[in-house]
Design a protein around this ligand. Structure first.
Ligand SMILES: [Zn+2]
Length: 125
């Protein structure tokens, strides 16, 4: 199942430069907290976020749902809690167990033709 095509804008340039290198970038605050890539302010101290940090790319599934589409294979979308703390909405790919609760996952990148490399997650081997 291909992921959707995503194109960069000014706010996402650095993030997609990271995914093109195979790095999952998250927001990093001077107070030591991390935040999701799309966060604008620090969830811990409220500061404006300007710095990026490379996440380890590992995390745990918090919740998920399976999206059925009549013409396409079902897609598993999930909220993954990264080991650094931030939560990311993402797509799960590859062979997955029936019960995904607390599944350990690792980031991978899919790049549809004409779009940016997008982070997805698969079961950590
Ligand atoms: Zn902070």
């Amino acid at each position: 199942m291909p992921v959707g095509i995503v194109r960069r804008d000014a706010a996402t340039t650095e993030f997609f430069d990271g995914t093109a290198r195979g790095e999952l970038l998250i927001r990093s605050c001077a107070c030591g907290a991390f935040a999701a890539p799309q966060a604008r302010t620090c969830p811990a101290c409220g500061c404006e976020l300007t710095a990026w940090a490379a996440a380890a790319g590992t995390g745990t599934v918090e919740t998920w749902s399976i999206v059925h589409n009549r013409k396409l294979p079902p897609v598993t979308v999930a909220i993954v809690r990264l080991d650094e703390g931030p939560w990311m909405q993402t797509q799960l790919v590859g062979d997955l167990p029936d019960d995904l609760r607390d599944l350990r996952v690792r980031v991978a990148f899919e790049q549809p033709q004409g779009g940016e490399a997008v982070p997805v997650f698969g079961a950590a081997g």
